[in-house]
Design a protein around this ligand. Structure first.
Ligand code: SAH
Length: 246
């Protein structure tokens, strides 16, 4: 299971590169395969399918590993963060293959970390990631988690802010957060972080427009202490109060 990082080849971890070099078969959603430097795919069997073929694609990867071929399943970011690592491990468990297939996860920089770096330092205190995708998780559960994280003053990173089938999810999510945060709270929208078409935009919670986000965007909502330091988002950890930074 290989995490590719947010997209730029310079952020592909050396260990991930080695795993891809070693692999005979590389499987992944085509958008993610596009992030793999072409020389790492040359001469390999590539298993690419559309988003709805996730289970089928992972099953093919499991078959290939069972046949003794070194197989890499790639995900954007990290494969354990809303990625394929859990699905493959669950499949190996269900099919009683845990002792026949070596399962290994090579970490990658997740989108939340890539996006935070572009925004400044918004995650210097406790933060929570919530995916707004209601494909596999009922919306009521998502709302409950948003409510809990917002009321506990976590900085929030919202993954999958727009669903293909339902727009308006981000609007509802931001409305929940707004019950617990001031309208001046900074909100960062990062689209295509560390990829072609990268776009970074920061607004206040009161003025942020959910329409700025699409499926390629991650949204970072500050906590009660988050503020702007020049153009950058800053969530202070408390050093200034304790030590004085003059
Ligand atoms: N495994 C990935 C997450 C996959 S879920 C990770 O570790 O980050 C897909 C969602 O991730 C997208 O809808 C978007 O919200 C976010 N995402 C992934 N890559 C991104 C990027 N380069 N820029 C902004 N958001 C990204």
């Amino acid at each position: 299971m290989v995490g590719l990082g947010p997209g730029d080849a310079s952020l592909l971890a050396p260990l991930a590169r080695t795993a891809l070099e070693r692999a005979a078969v590389v499987a992944g959603y085509s958008t993610y395969l596009d992030l793999v430097p072409p020389e790492l795919l040359a001469g390999k069997e590539v298993v690419a399918t559309g988003m709805m073929g996730e289970v089928e694609r992972c099953a093919l990867a499991v078959e290939s590993a069972l046949a003794g071929r070194d197989t890499a399943v790639v995900s954007g970011g990290d494969s354990g963060v809303y990625g394929m690592a859990g699905l493959v491990l669950e499949m190996l468990e269900t099919r009683r293959l845990l002792d026949r297939v070596d399962f290994e996860v090579v970490p990658g920089i997740p989108a939340v970390i890539g996006a935070a770096a572009l925004l400044g330092a918004p995650l210097t205190h406790d933060f929570a990631c919530v995916s707004l995708s209601d494909l596999l998780t009922p919306w009521e559960v998502i709302e409950k988690r948003l409510e809990a994280a917002a009321s506990a003053d976590f900085v929030l990173a919202l993954y999958n802010p727009r669903s293909r089938r339902r727009s308006g999810l981000l609007e509802r999510a931001l409305a929940i957060v707004a019950r617990h945060r001031a309208p001046e709270t900074p909100v960062g929208f990062v689209r295509q972080a560390w990829r072609e078409g990268q776009n970074v935009r920061v607004a206040t919670l009161g003025e942020a427009d959910p329409a700025w986000a699409d499926m390629l965007t991650i949204v970072v909502v500050g906590n009660a202490s988050t503020r702007m330091a020049g153009e950058k988002m800053l969530t202070p950890r408390g050093y200034a109060g304790k030590y004085g930074l003059e």
